[in-house]
Design a protein around this ligand. Structure first.
Ligand code: ATP
Length: 446
């Protein structure tokens, strides 16, 4: 750490931050002065300030008792407070919604590789030394007299200028294999490159069973964060290139077709967002679906288990290649004429599955079929909220005995509505009567 001292003197201007954040940081600096504590801005926001990228997630760390300090700030500014004792961190939520995370500077030790670390208080320098990459290991002091003073013991600024991702020590990926995915995430997001030794260490770590030791939720978190990046296609290719698809017990294959689908997802998402701005999409899940779009049900099931996906996510991801392909084939065929047919093909598809459908068609580069599919999706989304005027109760009043007939008849009424064959309640009643007569006949004939 002897090289450290000559790197600490530079001062960075925090004026790029919004006024509200800047004022708060100054107030916090003065409050820390009163307590005789040192306070620092750390993590991604510092990196992004230096990169001139917008990021207003304020991460602070206190040399001293971070949680006690967070309580003080919460009292003074009437902020809400959540404390996470295990990690010696606290989150403040100010009345105007601004959030600030406060931690205690700490040292971490790893009982087992890939475990969560145990935590002990330590100096800011030690706190920076446990971080993932040099560009994320820069701190800015906030105490009034040192406001803006940079601490950069690992030459993170040099690496920012050189557009390089570099670990702080050779055991970094062993300590925490999630850093493998973080490295790729930052590399692709910023268009940086992995420094040579770091790349070698990463490849080495990836070739062992380290990643297998990561728990499902931790692996899920990393994968979904990677897939939440603005354009994950390159990061996915990088994963494949570094043989990181091994993160699943039975490896997914990143075939040409899968790659084409993944690459088409942004276009499908953009169209969806323009057309249906109110129908939210879980983007990372669409990418996960695209990634597994050629996999068998068994591989998808393994993936769901390995990533410990929630029930809802799992349901979306398991829509199934056969159903998607069948829907796609029929919906791009001029022969299906009735809107209700499209409705029935798609009725239990999630929005994410619809986007996947679209991405698959985009990737096939058949313009005419793509516009047909788009028109049918627009119609489907409108029909999705269509309801029949009659209900089961009405059928009962017409004398129908409870049974599976209800579903059939109500289904036919809905189809007729969607196809514009009936438009009023009277139309529906007339149709219901006709269907009832028929169904009674069918019953009698048996
Ligand atoms: P993003 O812009 O994606 O939020 P970030 O750098 O802010 O990036 P966080 O996950 O919020 O990422 O982490 C905040 C900081 O905590 C990082 O900048 C880094 O210093 C440290 N950190 C986070 N995860 C790790 C890790 N796995 N190992 C070591 N340090 C980490």
């Amino acid at each position: 750490m002897s090289g450290m001292k000559n790197q600490v003197n530079r001062v960075v201007s925090l004026n790029r931050l919004p006024v509200r954040q800047l004022r708060l940081l100054k107030q916090i600096g003065r409050l820390a002065d009163e307590q005789g504590m040192s306070v620092y801005l750390v993590g991604g926001v510092v990196r992004d300030l230096l990169l001139k990228r917008e990021n207003w997630d304020l991460d602070l760390t206190i040399e001293g008792d971070g949680i006690a300090f967070a309580r003080l700030v919460a009292d003074r500014y009437k902020a809400g407070l959540a404390v996470f004792d295990r990690f010696a961190t606290a989150r403040l939520v100010f009345p105007d919604g601004l959030k600030v995370d406060i931690a205690t500077t700490r040292r971490e030790s790893y009982a087992q590789p890939a475990d969560l670390p145990t935590v002990q208080p330590a100096s800011i320098e030690e706190d920076l030394s446990r971080r993932d990459f040099t560009i994320n290991a820069i701190a800015v002091q906030l105490n009034q007299r040192q406001f803006g003073r940079l601490l950069d013991p690992y030459a993170g600024q040099r690496d920012l200028r050189a557009r390089t991702i570099r670990v702080l020590h050779a055991g970094s990926f062993q300590d925490d294999p999630t850093r493998i995915f973080r490295a790729i995430r930052f590399e692709q997001r910023f268009g940086f490159h992995l420094e040579r030794t770091t790349l070698r260490l990463l490849a080495q770590a990836a070739s062992t069973n380290l990643i297998q030791q990561l728990s499902g939720p931790r692996l899920q978190n990393e994968i979904l964060l990677l897939l939440a990046e603005r354009d994950p296609a390159r990061a996915i290719s990088r994963l494949a290139q570094l043989k990181l698809f091994r993160f699943l017990p039975r490896s997914l294959s990143y075939t040409k077709n899968v790659k084409r689908t993944v690459t088409a997802v942004p276009k499908a998402l953009a169209w969806w967002a323009r057309r249906f701005p109110d129908s939210a999409i879980d983007r990372p899940i669409v990418y996960l679906m695209a990634l597994s779009s050629e996999a068998s049900q068994a591989v998808v099931a393994t993936m769901i288990r390995r990533l410990a996906l929630s029930r809802e996510q799992a349901k979306k991801v398991s829509t199934g290649r056969r159903r998607v392909d069948r829907a796609l084939k029929r919906l791009t065929d001029r022969k299906i004429a009735r809107p209700s047919q499209a409705y029935r093909l798609l009725e239990d598809f999630s929005n994410e599955a619809l986007v996947l459908l679209l991405a698959k068609q985009v990737s096939m580069q058949q313009g005419v079929r793509l516009s047909l599919l788009r028109r049918r999706l627009v119609a489907y989304m409108k029909n999705r909220t269509t309801k029949t005027a009659l209900t089961g109760r009405d059928l009962q009043a017409m004398g129908l005995q409870p049974g599976p007939q209800y579903k059939t008849i109500l289904g036919k009424l809905l189809d007729a509505r969607i196809d514009g064959v009936v438009t009023t309640e009277a139309d529906e009643r007339a149709l219901a009567h006709r269907l009832l007569k028929k169904s009674v006949l069918v019953i009698r004939e048996r």
